[in-house]
Design a protein around this ligand. Structure first.
Ligand SMILES: [Zn+2]
Length: 471
């Protein structure tokens, strides 16, 4: 962490100069009592919110927060991933009042490993609460609420995303069928630190994106197909919760964007809650009295609420709290947009796109917790990602990289001829693996503001909105 500290501090100070007017204006508009971005931050908690930290660095930051605020925090692991990384929860509450009388609030981020801006937003929320814990506004919240922050629930996917942006977890998976999981992982062979998609050249030498030659890899498994067993499962953990699991299957039709099951049956795993990370979160939600929770994602900018699997039905008693969540989501979305100084939309998750067995449906359907999805980053809304990069490598250059050029083939099994070569295409997303977008601090601020609205929407202590299983 130390070698780039100066650089980070420099960029942090630039960012503070730029950001404060935006954040200050946003918070004042809604509630003048809400404190702004913390000032006079002790050295151990100086964090650049536009920097991409490794999972190990996030662990250090969580430990530093717990160490600096021992009376307000409890840091514990609620489970482990396939690769034995911890799923950390930082619990934050004031040391007055009985915990069982307080309102539980959950913030669970990064179920999709590559969506790392969501983890940063959860970390920022914890950091903001602790550094502002002397202000009357935060003191009052911590007197009445317990906030549970799990910034990374897919740490293996988070870490793998430093190689290649990766949504699933790392359940050992054998995609090339040779009996060995992850036997042809993506590997940088041209030394530019990025993983490229490889294509054959057209006759005139230009890139032919129809003739795909696999992914950048030395062909570790020696089957001639490059990168065909990457370090990633095919499971979308946000389709594997134990509620309406795999409700829609492959033959179900009628959904306007194709088959209704396209978002679940192929990615929901073999049974409900098969993954250790999902088991850990389910048991945590089951055992922790929680009135509201937000799961943080990236890809779009919105606040969604249940259901994911069907439309609202005013005659169904199970839908009783959905109008309340709709109204709260609208306020959360407005606060996000103002805090981040960007766009946000809101709707029920079903009308955004249909899925089943998502975390918010589990939380509300199974446990009665008011549950929201906050999507914190749509790269198309910000001009801070690089252009796609295309580089041609000749037959001789590929050989020099260690490729067995005589035996590698494209998707149709056609090999390379001498004199041909390959184009290495690196998308904008693939070039962002080591770094955060320039405006991540704004997304963090928007998400915090949205979470504050969610907290304020829940009554203090016991009341009509206490989850069913606690009553
Ligand atoms: Zn996601």
């Amino acid at each position: 962490m130390k070698k780039t500290l100066l650089k980070r501090l420099l960029s942090l100070s630039l960012v503070l100069v730029m950001l404060i007017p935006v954040a200050g204006a946003a918070t004042k508009a809604r509630n003048a009592a809400i404190p702004g971005t913390p000032q006079n931050v002790p050295e151990s908690l100086q964090i650049d919110w536009n920097y991409r930290y490794t999972f190990a660095e996030l662990e250090e930051q969580l430990a530093a927060m717990a160490e600096a605020y021992p009376k307000l925090t409890d840091l514990y692991s609620i489970g482990t991933s396939w690769q034995e990384r911890d799923l950390w929860c930082l619990e934050i509450t004031g040391n007055t009042g009985k915990k069982e009388n307080k309102t539980g609030i959950g913030v669970i981020a990064n179920i999709h490993g590559g969506e790392r801006e969501s983890a940063a937003s959860a970390m920022y929320t914890a950091w903001w609460f602790l550094l502002n814990s002397n202000t009357p506004y935060v003191k009052n919240i911590l007197k009445n609420y317990v906030i549970y922050i799990v910034p990374v629930m897919n740490p293996d996917g988070y870490e793998q995303s430093f190689v290649n942006k990766n949504r699933p977890n790392l359940r050992p998976t054998d995609r090339n069928g040779n009996g060995v999981p992850f036997s042809d992982p993506y590997t940088d062979i041209d030394g530019d630190t990025f993983i490229s998609t490889l294509y054959r050249a057209n006759a005139d030498g230009s890139i032919n994106t129809k003739a795909k030659f696999g992914m950048e890899s030395p062909d570790w498994d020696k089957n001639g197909i490059l990168g065909d067993d990457p370090r990633s499962s095919t499971i979308d953990m946000n389709r594997t919760f134990d509620y309406q699991w795999n409700r829609f299957d492959i033959e179900t039709k009628g959904y306007e964007n194709g088959q209704i099951g396209q978002h679940a049956w192929s990615s929901g795993g073999e049974a409900p809650a098969t993954e250790p990370e999902v088991k850990a979160i389910q048991s945590f939600l089951y055992n922790t009295p929680m009135h509201a929770m937000a799961t943080l994602h990236t890809g779009i900018q919105c606040v969604l609420y249940p259901w994911c699997y069907r439309a609202y039905d005013e005659n169904n008693p199970k839908d009783a709290d959905i109008p309340f969540m709709k109204e709260t989501a609208e306020k959360m979305c407005a606060a996000w947009a103002e805090g981040a100084d960007s766009d946000c939309y809101t709707m029920d998750s079903y009308h955004d796109y249909i899925t089943s067995a998502e975390m918010i449906d589990y939380a509300y359907g199974r446990l009665g917790i008011h549950a929201y999805t906050i999507e914190v980053y749509d790269e198309d809304k910000w001009e801070d990602t690089p252009e796609t990069k295309d580089v041609f490598h000749t037959y001789a250059e590929l050989k020099a990289m260690g490729l067995d050029v005589e035996h590698i083939t494209d998707a149709n099994g056609v090999g390379l001829k001498e004199g041909e070569g390959l184009w290495f295409r690196t998308s904008s997303v693939d070039q962002m693996v080591h770094r955060a977008p320039e405006h991540q601090d704004q997304m963090c601020e928007g998400t915090l503001q949205s979470i504050l609205v969610m907290i304020e929407s829940e009554p203090h202590g016991d009341g009509a909105q206490v989850p069913r299983y606690v009553r």
